[in-house]
Design a protein around this ligand. Sequence first.
Ligand code: ATP
Ligand code: MG
Length: 158
Amino acid sequence: MSKLEILTYSPRETRKVARCLAQYVDAGSVIILKGELGAGKTEFVRGFADYFGIKGVRSPSFTIINVFEDEETKLYHIDFFRIKYSEEVFLSGFFDLLEDKEAIKLIEWPEVVENFLPSETIKIEIEIIGKTKRKIKIELGDENIIKKHKRCYSIQNS
Ligand SMILES: Nc1ncnc2c1ncn2[C@@H]1O[C@H](COP(=O)(O)OP(=O)(O)OP(=O)(O)O)[C@@H](O)[C@H]1O
Ligand SMILES: [Mg+2]
């Protein structure tokens, strides 16, 4: 597992971190986002989707699953905040879309499904450090992605 830790000081910077990651992940990837309420998980998804030109990402707490699709990209934004039992996950249809190898799946509050996810799942953890300061940890298997991400992020900030 390769790891990366980045401090951000605004929602915009968090979106930038996500946009850099979006460039390098494969179709079919599963990405989980952990962190307390208001940490910036949805903000991260917003930045990620923005790379593909997808707008309109918002907290899907009531719908659980939001689908974004155009000719080139398919993205599932999933939020299990309101799901307390794994039975409900089965009913939500989540496992069918997990099989969709064309789509990238971004999952907020993934704890209820963590045991069922592929081993190559990309892990994002966002920690609230201050009012607008966040620590973002990215953990994934492919070290090359981390290298490319570092380059991308430093270019965007220079
Ligand atoms: N550095 C930062 N990165 C991300 N968000 C930030 C940052 N600083 C301030 N914020 C604010 O924190 C909030 C993050 O909200 P967001 O909905 O993304 O959190 P969340 O982790 O998805 O919460 P929830 O668990 O309720 O879904 C936004 O209001 C955003 O403007
Ligand atoms: Mg959210």
